[in-house]
Design a binder for this molecule. Structure first.
Ligand SMILES: *Cc1c(COP(=O)(O)O)cnc(C)c1O
Length: 386
């Protein structure tokens, strides 16, 4: 066929040499998928089994990241979502329907709670909240219409470690699926499926990405019926993920082990230092005995990551605690975590912990631990001089 140059802009005869092997995963972008003939066209989301149909359902780059997270967590399949929060919402919509009830821990990542109360409620889904220390006592909280149980361990901000195996055993008795927000463990320090969890969710934004430059979520399962429900929701809502973000996450993932090891050591050193300071009432770090559920952490986890909280003594006001945070130089103030930069956020925990507005959550990054401690010391001085 002879082609005008304008046609050649779109349909070229150029061929590049084949056989390129590199260590990097290629970025495959694309909305349209080209089929060899009309009889092979289809519109199904399950491309792993049925072949490529549409970029919405994934490209080789996004499917590679999904498969690698499944491999790492010991699941059979992972579905990606555009953020951790979108992953949580996918799970809710997969398991809940009008008239359902969902159980959520009191210390849950707060957008998960708001999602249940403000959005699911509008569609006739009930939610209730259980104390994270409940363990097998969760049985009393089930209702006949409980169709999903969330766990998050350790919980956001106050870091209580849940007895996930006991919760899962109780849920199994009642035939209720358990979804775990497994972000803190990066999907590796707590083996969700070995402990009875049905659905393991991660904000891949955090440790998988690892560099504060992308938003992604993952939902990993072992059960084919659960996968079918989740895949259906993702396809109906059109929750696509960017191959470029997935490529960054694939790169981030290669250094996960060394980053985690470093922040584990550094966070432990800083947490122990904080525990020795006069101003500090408690350090909420699962590897320290002062953290509620520490024994469970010891039993179930193979390590700790770089996110923990501290509570200042009651003699300090909320304003003084905020001054502590504002006086830090290396610790930046900002949400999200799991990146290379250390972060600090002041929280007011109104839930019945007695901590009030004296809580500070720290994300430990890859800076020198000596410098980070010096920075915290500076914050303490500013707080005392208030
Ligand atoms: C950050 C976070 C999420 C949400 O992730 P995004 O990608 O920011 O939407 C979910 N769960 C936990 C525990 C988180 O810390």
């Amino acid at each position: 066929m002879t082609k005008d140059w304008k046609t050649r802009l779109i349909h070229t005869d150029v061929k590049v040499p084949e056989g390129f092997e590199s260590l990097a995963s290629p970025v495959y972008r694309g909305s349209t998928v080209v089929f060899p003939n009309t009889s092979s066209t289809h519109t199904e989301w399950n491309q792993e089994e049925l072949g490529y149909a549409y970029g919405l359902h994934g490209t080789p780059t996004t499917l590679e990241l999904a498969a690698r997270i499944a491999e790492l967590e010991g699941g059979t399949r992972t579905l990606l979502a555009p953020s951790g929060l979108a992953a949580l919402a996918m799970v809710d919509l997969a398991f809940l329907t009008a008239g359902s009830h969902v159980l959520i821990p009191e210390n849950v990542y707060s957008p998960n709670r708001v999602l249940a109360m403000k959005l699911l409620g509008r569609f006739g889904i009930e939610s209730s909240f259980y104390p994270p220390e409940i363990g097998g006592g969760i049985l009393q909280h089930f209702r006949p219409n409980t169709h999903l149980l969330w766990a998050e361990s350790p919980g956001s901000i106050t870091m209580e470690v849940e007895d996930v195996p006991a919760i899962c055993a109780a849920a199994r008795e009642r035939g209720v699926p358990v979804a775990l927000d497994n972000t803190w463990s990066a999907g590796v320090l707590f083996r969700a499926f070995d402990h009875g969890v049905d659905v393991s969710v991660q904000a891949a934004t955090k440790y998988i990405g690892g560099h504060s430059d992308l938003l992604l979520g993952s939902v990993t399962v072992r059960n084919a019926a659960h996968l079918a429900r989740l895949g259906e929701v993702r396809a109906r809502l059109g929750l696509a993920v960017s191959p470029d973000d997935c490529s960054l996450a694939l790169r981030g993932m290669t250094t996960l082990a060394v980053r985690l090891k470093y922040v584990e050591q550094s966070a432990l050193e800083i947490a122990r230092w904080l525990a020795g300071q006069d101003e500090v009432q408690a350090v909420l770090h699962p590897a320290l005995e002062s953290c509620p559920g520490h024994d469970i952490w010891k039993r179930d986890f193979t390590g700790s990551s770089g996110l923990f909280s501290l509570v200042m003594k009651p003699e300090f006001s909320g304003a003084q605690v905020r001054l502590f945070v504002d006086s830090l130089e290396l610790f930046k103030i900002g949400y999200s975590w799991g990146g290379v930069a250390s972060l600090a956020v002041a929280y007011d925990v109104s839930r019945g912990t007695g901590y009030g507005d004296r809580v500070v959550r720290l994300n430990i990054g890859l800076e020198s631990t000596v410098d980070l401690i010096a920075d915290l010391e500076k914050g303490m001085r500013a707080m005392r001089g208030y």
